[in-house]
Design a binder for this molecule. Structure first.
Ligand SMILES: C[S@@+](CC[C@H](N)C(=O)[O-])C[C@H]1O[C@@H](n2cnc3c(N)ncnc32)[C@H](O)[C@@H]1O
Length: 127
């Protein structure tokens, strides 16, 4: 399936480290009050991971990040995770409209500022 991307995030990631800034406060607050340790998190449209996947992994959770941005977003995520020895169980280059997650249960599925990149039918929002 061809995906129309209104903005070239891969180009941005290629030019700028941590292009999207600091962790998103609503997720920081969520994980602050989350009383479970070492859960499994799927970050859908993770980009470079600088805003969400990496800070969640720093808390000790196991993160799988998925993004269509080849190669820069997932490359930066995995480079940062390796440097800090974080548990990023997978940095996956995939189109989320066709992505089949790995087996097993995810405790948290996080989608930060990504759904707007999809068409309404792809979002399940009707026509
Ligand atoms: C605004 S960025 C948000 C990135 C990250 N969630 C964050 O908050 O920092 C949107 C991301 O969605 C990704 N994306 C857009 N369409 C996608 C698709 N069909 N499958 C996977 N990722 C997609 C882009 O490559 C980009 O990294």
């Amino acid at each position: 399936m061809a995906v129309f991307m209104a903005y070239n995030y891969d180009k941005l990631y290629g030019e700028t480290r941590d292009a999207l800034g600091a962790p998103t406060q609503v997720f920081v607050d969520f994980f602050d009050q989350y009383d479970r340790e070492q859960v499994r998190v799927l970050d859908v449209g993770c980009g470079q991971g600088g805003r969400d996947a990496l800070f969640i992994a720093r808390l000790g959770h196991a993160v799988v990040g998925v993004d269509i941005s080849p190669p820069n977003g997932i490359r930066d995520l995995m480079t940062a995770a390796k440097a800090e020895q974080l548990t990023i169980d997978g940095g996956v280059v995939a189109d989320i409209t066709a992505y089949a997650p790995p087996p097993g249960r995810f405790d948290v599925v996080l989608i930060d500022r990504t759904l707007h990149m999809l068409s309404k039918p792809e979002r399940g929002a009707g026509s």
